[in-house]
Design a protein around this ligand. Structure first.
Ligand code: SDX
Length: 429
C-alpha cells in the first residue's frame, strides 16, 4: 500500500492527511483525525463513499462488472474449481495444492455432524417457521455447544470455529428444511463431496436410496462459489461489526444471517421469484416495469440493481447459464418463470429508466428459477445464500480479528433530536 498526502479544509480549518492507495481500485482518504481537528463528523448513512476497512479478500469493480476472489476472476474460479477450493482460497489467500485440498476436504468433512442435542433444539419451532428464522437461532445456538472454540484470542480456536462453521452450516440448513417439511433429519455422509452431501441431507428419505444427480450437484456447487463472498456488503459488515466487540464467531455469523434475510439483500432471490410469479406472463411485464419506474410506487424489480455494480453483475451471467443447464438437465423446456425473466431482462436493459440508473440483473435474478427447479421451496433460497456466504463471513471476520489495528466499531451520528430540556412532572404535562 502506498500513501500520499492530501489537505482537508473545512471552514477556516485545514489539515494534512494521508491518502492511501491499495493494490487496485479507489484510494482512501484517512479521516481519523477529522473530529479532533474540526469537531465535525463525516456523514454517509448508506456508506456509499466510505471504506470501513482494509481487506485482501475480494475485489469488485462495479463499473467494469469485475469480481475477484483473492485476485482470481469469479468466472475462472467458478468454471475450474469446486466450492471447497473457493473456501480454501478465501480463507488462506492462495489456491490449494492437491495435498492441501485433500487435507482441507478431509477436515471439513469430519466436522459436518452437529451435536445430537441440536436436533432437540429444533423441536421448539413451529413447523411453518421460516427456515431463515431457524437458521438465525440454530447458528447462534452453536455457541452454546462448542465452548472450546469461542475464545477468539486463540488462533487455534479461531481455526476450529471456522472449520466447524463452514462444515456445519449445510447440515443445519438441511435440518431447517427437513423440519419444515416434516421429514426426519438425514445425517451427513463422509463419502459424499460437500454439495452432494448437502443435497443428500435435503432430499434423501429413509424409505429408499437417494442418488445425487451430479449435474445438479455441480450446478449448486457453482452457485455456492458465486455467493461465497462479496467485499463489505451489508451482512459482511454486520459480521465485522459484531466481531469487533469480541463476540464469538457463531454469534457473529448468526448476526450476518439475520442481515442477509432482508429483501434488499440476500432475501432478494426469494422476492425475485415471487415477483416473477406475480408478473405471471410476458404480457404483464409492461405494467410492472411502469410500477418500478413510478416514484410513488414502492415496487422495485427484485433481482435488479446493485449498490456497487453499475454494469452487469458478473455472477448473474454465470447464474443465467446455470439456470439453463439445470432446466435442460431436468427436462423443463418451457418454464413460464424463465420466459418472464428473460423477457423482463431484455425489456429492462433497453428501457431508458434502467439504462440511466444503470440497473442490471444481479445475482438474485436467476438464482431463484434454478433453485426452484432443483426442488427447493422459495423459503430456502436465502438459506442457500447463507450456506455459501458463511465462508466469506468467516474469512472477513478472521481478517478483522487478526488485524493488529483492530478496534471496536463505533460510528457517531448527526443528532437532530430535542436539545437539553428539564423533566416535566406528570401533573404538569
Ligand atoms: C445482494 O452489497 C452486495 O454486494 C450485495 C450482494 C452480495 O453478494 O452480498 O450483491 C447481494 O444483496 C444483491 C442485491 C439484491 N437486492 C435486490 O435485487 C433488491 C432490488 N434492488 C434494490 O433494492 C437496490 O437496487 C439495491 C438495494 C440493490 C441497491 O440500492 P442502492 O444502492 O441504495 O440504490 P438506490 O436504492 O438508491 O437506487 C438508486 C436508484 C433509485 O432511484 P432514485 O431515487 O435515484 O430516483 O435506482 C432505483 C431507485 O429507485 N432503483 C430501482 C431498483 N433499484 C434501484 N428501481 C426499480 N427497481 C429496482 N430494482
Amino acid at each position: 500500500m502506498t500513501a500520499s498526502t492530501g489537505t482537508i479544509k473545512v471552514g477556516d480549518t485545514s489539515f494534512e492527511t494521508n491518502v492511501k492507495q491499495g493494490s487496485i481500485g479507489p484510494s482512501v482518504i484517512d479521516i481519523g483525525a477529522l473530529y479532533g481537528k474540526t469537531g465535525m463528523f463525516t456523514y454517509d448513512p448508506g456508506f456509499t463513499s466510505t471504506a470501513s476497512c482494509e481487506s485482501q479478500i475480494t475485489y469488485i469493480d462495479g463499473d467494469e462488472g469485475v469480481l475477484l476472489y483473492r485476485g482470481y476472476p469469479i468466472d475462472q474460479v467458478a468454471e475450474h474449481g469446486d466450492f471447497l477450493e473457493t473456501c480454501y482460497l478465501l480463507l488462506y489467500g492462495e489456491l490449494p495444492t492437491p495435498a492441501q485440498k485433500a487435507d482441507f476436504d478431509y477436515r471439513v468433512t469430519r466436522h459436518t455432524m452437529v451435536h445430537e442435542q441440536m436436533a432437540r433444539f429444533f423441536q421448539g419451532f413451529r413447523r411453518d417457521a421460516h427456515p431463515m428464522a431457524v437458521m438465525v437461532a440454530s447458528v447462534g445456538a452453536l455457541s452454546a455447544f462448542y465452548h472450546d472454540s469461542t475464545d477468539i484470542s486463540d488462533p487455534t480456536q479461531r481455526m476450529i470455529a471456522s472449520m466447524r462453521m463452514i462444515a456445519k452450516i449445510p447440515t443445519l440448513a438441511a435440518m431447517a428444511y427437513k423440519y419444515t417439511v416434516g421429514q426426519p433429519f438425514v445425517y451427513p455422509k463422509n463419502n459424499l463431496d460437500y454439495t452432494s452431501n448437502f443435497l443428500n441431507m435435503c432430499f434423501a428419505v429413509p424409505c429408499e436410496d437417494y442418488k445425487v444427480n451430479p449435474i445438479l450437484s455441480r450446478a449448486l456447487d457453482r452457485i455456492f462459489i458465486l455467493h461465497a463472498d462479496h467485499e463489505q456488503n451489508a451482512s459482511t459488515s454486520t459480521v465485522r461489526l459484531a466481531g469487533s466487540s469480541g463476540a464469538n464467531p457463531f454469534a457473529c455469523i448468526a448476526a450476518g444471517i439475520a442481515c442477509l434475510w432482508g429483501p434488499s439483500h440476500g432475501g432478494a432471490n426469494e422476492a425475485a421469484l415471487k415477483m416473477l410469479g406475480e408478473i405471471g406472463s410476458v404480457e404483464n411485464i409492461p405494467k410492472f416495469i411502469a410500477k418500478a419506474k413510478d416514484k410513488n410506487d414502492p415496487f422495485r424489480l427484485m433481482g435488479f440493481g446493485h449498490r456497487v455494480y453499475k454494469n452487469y453483475d458478473p455472477r448473474a451471467k454465470i447464474m443465467q447459464k446455470t439456470a439453463h443447464e439445470v432446466l435442460n438437465e431436468l427436462g423443463i423446456k418451457d418454464d413460464p418463470l424463465l420466459d418472464v425473466a428473460v423477457e423482463l431482462e431484455r425489456i429492462a436493459l433497453h428501457d431508458d429508466y434502467f439504462v440511466e440508473k444503470k440497473l442490471y440483473p444481479n445475482i438474485d435474478f436467476y438464482s431463484g428459477i434454478t433453485l426452484k427447479a432443483m426442488g427447493f421451496p422459495t423459503s430456502m433460497f436465502t438459506v442457500l445464500f447463507a450456506v455459501a456466504r458463511t465462508v466469506g463471513w468467516i474469512a472477513q471476520w478472521r481478517e478483522m480479528i487478526e488485524d493488529p489495528g483492530q478496534r471496536i466499531g463505533r460510528p457517531r451520528q448527526l443528532y437532530t433530536g430535542a436539545p437539553r430540556r428539564e423533566y416535566v412532572p406528570p401533573s404538569k404535562r
